[in-house]
Ligand binder design. Structure first.
Ligand code: FAD
Length: 340
């Protein structure tokens, strides 16, 4: 059981800045995110696109903003639990008991929900039996590409991820690339490269096909794919990869006893606390009159929620307002040795 002053759910820009604000006022925190990387929408949906309305930064990409926020956290020792989804939140005396899908448990007086539009999850194959093979022979992301060496791999999808992996894996594996349309949505140079590999027989390209069924008892043996809802083809395959993009699921957040308003969590604007004492909501997931779904609003909300956490984490202390420019305790937390 991990004890912490505050648990942040979501490592998007809002969750990251809230972590900074908690540490600055002397509270500990840990961060959980369902994604395998830090940055939320900025890193997952628009890493290369420019943002023009971050205060004092004329222009930066989603990735640059994320890197700046991570750099700002460098003085602090913050544990990130990535690829873990918070599923259970229960009250246990004065504390909240929180559990992830990987079994990690936290006990904390404060939870800051910075869950954006919910957890990002891969869009999956529709045939039911695919679940039986998931994470054994059917994958929606790749952690270790060496398992595919010298194997037959069937890749589904028409975007950059499907194309990039088809090209990469064709170096050491036999690859079927299967897409339900004729056209691909990836970068033109990648499409050209894939077509060259298909012409030279390195990639077996099958368009206008979809997965019909996955066959095998313990292990996946073959798949049936269907062309235009008519002709069915059986392909022997060791692995199946699906790259159909991500969907956002509010998911477990709906079961934590919080008031909800059209998939958003109502909060007060004094400290962004929800209807549950010690549970705060900030960023895209929260709602209040006048709410702007902008990163700059999330930063403000995080600063006030962090101060809201203080009274539950340090009930016998009073939080003093201090400027970072002049506060000795802030400087010491930041590891700044002496004041100039
Ligand atoms: C294309 C595009 C362009 C944009 N341009 C701008 C712009 O120019 N300026 C601007 O201000 N805003 C812009 N935005 C909006 C901005 O990205 C969002 O307002 C911001 O990302 C919200 O931050 P957040 O931290 O609240 O949530 P998110 O960035 O959505 O992060 C939430 C994180 O919480 C995680 N999560 C959710 N539920 C769970 C759970 N149960 N367990 C574990 N993890 C969970 C998710 O996996 C996700 O990583 C843009 C958005 C898009 C899509």
């Amino acid at each position: 059981m991990i004890k912490t002053d505050a648990l942040i759910i979501g490592a998007g820009p809002t969750g990251l800045f809230a972590a900074h604000q908690l540490k600055l006022i002397g509270l500990n925190c840990e961060v959980v995110d369902n994604l395998d990387k830090i940055g939320g929408q900025c890193i997952e949906l628009y890493p290369d696109k420019p943002i023009y309305d971050i205060p004092a930064i004329s222009e930066c990409t989603g990735e640059e903003l994320t890197n700046n926020l991570i750099n700002q956290l460098k003085p602090f020792d913050i544990k990130f639990h990535l690829s873990e989804k918070v599923e259970e939140v229960k009250k246990n005396n004065e504390n909240w008991q929180v559990k992830t899908n990987k079994g990690t448990e936290f006990s904390t007086p404060n939870i800051i929900i910075a869950g954006g539009v919910g957890s990002f999850e891969p869009r999956k194959f529709s045939p039911k039996e695919c679940e039986n093979f998931e994470n054994k022979s059917i994958f929606y992301s790749i952690k270790d590409k060496s398992i595919f060496k010298d194997k037959m791999v069937s890749i589904f999808g028409g975007g950059d991820s499907a194309l990039d992996w088809a090209i990469e894996l064709s170096k050491d594996s036999k690859v079927n690339l299967i897409h339900r349309r004729d056209e691909f949505r990836g970068a033109q140079s990648t499409i050209d490269k894939m077509n060259d590999l298909a012409k030279s027989g390195k990639i077996n390209l099958l368009t206008k096909y979809q997965l019909k069924s996955a066959n095998g008892k313990e292990n996946l043996e073959s798949i049936d794919i269907i062309h235009d809802n008519k002709e069915v083809k059986n392909l022997k395959t060791d692995y199946v990869l699906g790259f159909f993009g991500l969907i956002m699921q509010l998911g477990p957040i709906t079961n934590w006893g919080l008031n909800l308003n059209k998939k958003h969590i109502p909060v007060n604007t004094e400290n962004f606390e929800t209807n549950q004492k010690g549970i705060f909501a900030i960023g895209d997931i929260c709602t209040y009159p006048g709410k702007l779904k902008l990163i700059l609003s999330g930063f403000h909300e995080g600063a006030l929620a962090a101060r809201g956490c203080f009274k539950y984490a340090r009930p016998d202390e009073k939080l003093r307002f201090e400027f970072s420019t002049t506060s000795k305790s802030v400087h010491s937390r930041l590891g700044i040795k002496k004041d100039d």
